[in-house]
Design a protein. Structure first.
Length: 643
C-alpha cells in the first residue's frame, strides 16, 4: 500500500500540504481533488519520485511498476503504434533479447534462452500486444491509417492521446493520471471510463469532470487548506459528506438555505413545463439532486449569474436549406435548424462529425455556401469557443479588458463583477498572458456573460475549469432565460442544463431520442459496426488478391507439362496450402462476425473477448504466412515451367 506519515511538501517555497497521515490500499481508484494550485500535481510528482517531501514520509511498495502520462512528446519518426507499444517496457526488452539470442541460435545455451523468452512472452500475453495497442488507439479515436504515421505528424492534442495510450499500455501496479480527459471528446471519455473501471491496479486520478470521477473512483482524496482528507465512495458521496459538514457551520447555514430555496423554485418551474420525453425526465432527476451539490459548493469563491436579456425574438435564429463546408468539402447540406428563446440544446456527435463547424455557422463566423441563415430582429449572441482565448491581450489585465468593453461603467462595479469569477486583489490588474488555461477561460466567460446575450453558443466552455467553477457555471446556466446551444464533454453540465439532445452524424443534425446513457450505447454500436465493415473490407481484399494469384498460377500450370516430376511436390504443397487457407479464412470470417456483435463488449466476460481477439490475431498471422509461402511456390512453379 501507499503510506503517508506526517507528510509535508511545498512548491517554490510555498507550503502546500502539512501533517498528512493516511493509507491508500492496493486496487483503490482514488480521485484527487482540490482547488487549482493546492498541490494535486505536486503530490503526483512526489509519487513519481520527481519531488521531495519537506517533512515526513511517503512510502510505496518498491516492486510496483508505475505508469503516468508524459507531459511532452518529441517529434519522433517512430510509427504511432510502435510508440504506444513502447509503453510495455518488459515486452520491448524481451523482443530485444529474442533478436540477440536468435543471432546465436546454434549455441545450446541460446536455444534454451529463446525457449525461456518465448515462455515469458506467453505469460505476459505478448503475442497479443499489437492487438492490445491497436484497441487502445481505436478507443482514443485513432484510425487504422494512423497506426504507421510518424509521431511527428500528429498535432499537440493527438500527441497527448498517444502519450495516454502509451501509459495505458504499461502493465502497471500504480497508474497516475492528471486531467486525462482534457484533450478527449465525449466518445473517447466514455471508452476511457470503461477501460479504467476494469484496470486491476491502483489508480490516482486528478479530474474536474464529476461524472468521470463518479463512475470510476472508490475513494476521494481532497486537498483543502493545506490538509489531505480521505473520503470513502465516489465524488458525489464526498460532496454529500462535505455538505453535511458545511451545514453545521452556522455562518453558512442561512446562505445555504437561500440557495436551496432558489434552486427548488427553478426545479418546480422546469417540472411544470417539461414534456414527458426521456431526456426531460432524466434532467428532472438530475435537478432533484442539485440541492446537495449546491450545499457542497456553498463556500465557492465564484458567484455570478447571467444578466437578464433586454429582449427576445421568436425565432432567435433560423437556418433553412443551408449548405456548409470548406472549399469543395461539404460538411452539411439542406440543414434546417430553428432556435427559439426557450431552446436549450446539447449537441452530441463523434470527433470530426462537425459540431464545431455547426457552432461557427450559428455564430456567424462561417457563412453558408447556399441556403439561408437568418437572425431574429432582437438577436444578441454570446459565443464562447476555445480559440477566443487567443484573442485576449497577453500584456493587459482583466480590468483593462472589462474597461475596453464597457468604458462608461464605474471601475468599482467592474472590479466587483470580476470578483465573482475569483479575480481579486493583484490578479485584477495582472497581465493575463501569465494566466493558466483555466484563468483565461474564466476571463473569456466573464467578458461574454457581461454582454447579456439572449442566445448562448458554448463550445466546450469547461475546458481547464476546476470543479468549483464548473458548478458555478452550471447553476448560472440553469437560471438564465437565454436560449442555449452547448457542446461539452462534461456530462454533468449537459444533464443539468439541456432540455434536448441533438445528434450530429453523417452530415445531418437530428433530434436524439434518448439520454446520455443511450448515447453511450449508440457509440458502442457505431464502433462495432465500423470494426465489422473494416474487417469485411480487409477480408474481401485478401480473398480477391489470393484468388487472382491462384487463377494466374492455375493458368500457368495448365500451359505446359514440362518438368512435371520436379513440379509435383510443389503442386502438392500448394494444393494443401489452398485447402488450409480456405479453412482458416472461413474460421476468421465467423470469428470476426462474433467480434462485431455489440453484446460481446457489453458483457462481463473479458476473458472470452481476450481469447477471441488472440485467436483472431493468430489466424491472421497464419493466413499471411501461408499466403506468402503459397506465392513463393507459385514463383518456383512458374520458374520450372519456363525452364
Amino acid at each position: 500500500m501507499i503510506l503517508l506519515r506526517d507528510l509535508g511538501f511545498s512548491r517554490n517555497g510555498e507550503a502546500l500540504v502539512t501533517g498528512a497521515s493516511l493509507q491508500l490500499h492496493p486496487g483503490w481508484k482514488i480521485g484527487l481533488i482540490g482547488a487549482n494550485g493546492c498541490g494535486k500535481s505536486s503530490f503526483l510528482g512526489l509519487l513519481r519520485g520527481e519531488l521531495h517531501a519537506d517533512r515526513g514520509d511517503l512510502e510505496r511498495p518498491p516492486g510496483w511498476v508505475l505508469a503516468h502520462v508524459a507531459q511532452d512528446t518529441p517529434a519522433l519518426p517512430d510509427a504511432a503504434l510502435d510508440f504506444v507499444l513502447d509503453g510495455d517496457v518488459e515486452l520491448r526488452q524481451i523482443e530485444r533479447d529474442l533478436v540477440a539470442a536468435e543471432e546465436h541460435h546454434d549455441d545450446h545455451h541460446a536455444g534454451e534462452q529463446i525457449g525461456l523468452l518465448h515462455s515469458r512472452l506467453g505469460e505476459i500475453d505478448g503475442y497479443a500486444a499489437p492487438a492490445r495497442a491497436a484497441a487502445l488507439m481505436h478507443g482514443l479515436g485513432f484510425s487504422d491509417a494512423d497506426f504507421q504515421r510518424p509521431v511527428a505528424e500528429f498535432s499537440g492534442g493527438w500527441r497527448v492521446r498517444l502519450n495516454l495510450a502509451r501509459a495505458l499500455m504499461c502493465r502497471s501496479d500504480l497508474l497516475l493520471l492528471d486531467e486525462p480527459t482534457n484533450h478527449l471528446d465525449l466518445d473517447a471519455i466514455i471508452w476511457l471510463e470503461e477501460w479504467l473501471k476494469s484496470y486491476p491496479g491502483t489508480l490516482i486520478l486528478i479530474s474536474h469532470d464529476r461524472d468521470f470521477l463518479d463512475v470510476i473512483t472508490s475513494h476521494i482524496l481532497a486537498i483543502e487548506a493545506g490538509k489531505m482528507q480521505l473520503f470513502t465512495g465516489n465524488y458525489s458521496a464526498c460532496e454529500r459528506a462535505r455538505a453535511e459538514r458545511l451545514a453545521n457551520d452556522m455562518a453558512l447555514a442561512a446562505k445555504q438555505k437561500r440557495e436551496a430555496a432558489h434552486l427548488q423554485s427553478y426545479i418546480d418551474r422546469f417540472r411544470a413545463k417539461a414534456s414527458k420525453a426521456r431526456q426531460a425526465q432524466s434532467r428532472i432527476k438530475m435537478l432533484a439532486k442539485m440541492g446537495d451539490i449546491v450545499a457542497a459548493h456553498i463556500d465557492t469563491p465564484f458567484s455570478f449569474s447571467f444578466p437578464e436579456p433586454s429582449g427576445f425574438s421568436d425565432p432567435l435564429l433560423l437556418l433553412d436549406d443551408a449548405r456548409v463546408g470548406y472549399g469543395d468539402t461539404v460538411i452539411f447540406d439542406k440543414l434546417r435548424f430553428t432556435l427559439r428563446p426557450d431552446s436549450r440544446i446539447g449537441l452530441l456527435g463523434r470527433n470530426g462529425a462537425g459540431k464545431s463547424t455547426l457552432m461557427k455557422l450559428l455564430a456567424g463566423e462561417l457563412k453558408p455556401l447556399a441556403g439561408v441563415r437568418e437572425e431574429g430582429r432582437n438577436l444578441k449572441l454570446g459565443y464562447f469557443a476555445q480559440h477566443q482565448l487567443e484573442q485576449l491581450r497577453p500584456a493587459e489585465s482583466p480590468l483593462w479588458h472589462m474597461i475596453k468593453q464597457e468604458p462608461r461603467t464605474r471601475e468599482q462595479d467592474l472590479r466587483s463583477y470580476l470578483g465573482g469569477f475569483d479575480f481579486r486583489g493583484d490578479m485584477v490588474e495582472a497581465p493575463c498572458g501569465r494566466f493558466s488555461g483555466g484563468e483565461k477561460t474564466r476571463l473569456a466567460l466573464a467578458l461574454m456573460i457581461r454582454t447579456a446575450p439572449n442566445l448562448l453558443l458554448m463550445d466546450e466552455p469547461t475546458n481547464h475549469l476546476d470543479l468549483e467553477m464548473r458548478e458555478a457555471l452550471t447553476i448560472a446556466l440553469q437560471e438564465t432565460e437565454a436560449g442555449m446551444v452547448l457542446v461539452s464533454h462534461d456530462r454533468h453540465l449537459l444533464r443539468a442544463t439541456c432540455d434536448e439532445l441533438w445528434l450530429v452524424a453523417d452530415g445531418k443534425v437530428t433530434p436524439f431520442d434518448g439520454d446520455l446513457d443511450d448515447y453511450a450505447e449508440w457509440l458502442n454500436q457505431s464502433r462495432a459496426a465500423e470494426k465489422s465493415a473494416e474487417r469485411e473490407k480487409a477480408q474481401r481484399r485478401r480473398e480477391s488478391e489470393a484468388e487472382a494469384e491462384r487463377r494466374k498460377a492455375a493458368a500457368a500450370r495448365m500451359s505446359t507439362s514440362a518438368n512435371l516430376a520436379a513440379r509435383r511436390p510443389l503442386l502438392k504443397e500448394s494444393e494443401k496450402l489452398e485447402q488450409q487457407l480456405a479453412a482458416w479464412q472461413g474460421e476468421l470470417k465467423l470469428l470476426e462476425a462474433r467480434l462485431a456483435d455489440p453484446t460481446l463488449y457489453a458483457g462481463a466476460d473479458s476473458r472470452l473477448l481476450d481469447d477471441l481477439t488472440l485467436r483472431q490475431n493468430l489466424l491472421t498471422q497464419n493466413i499471411e504466412t501461408a499466403e506468402s509461402r503459397w506465392l513463393e511456390l507459385q514463383e518456383q512453379l512458374d520458374g520450372n515451367q519456363e525452364s
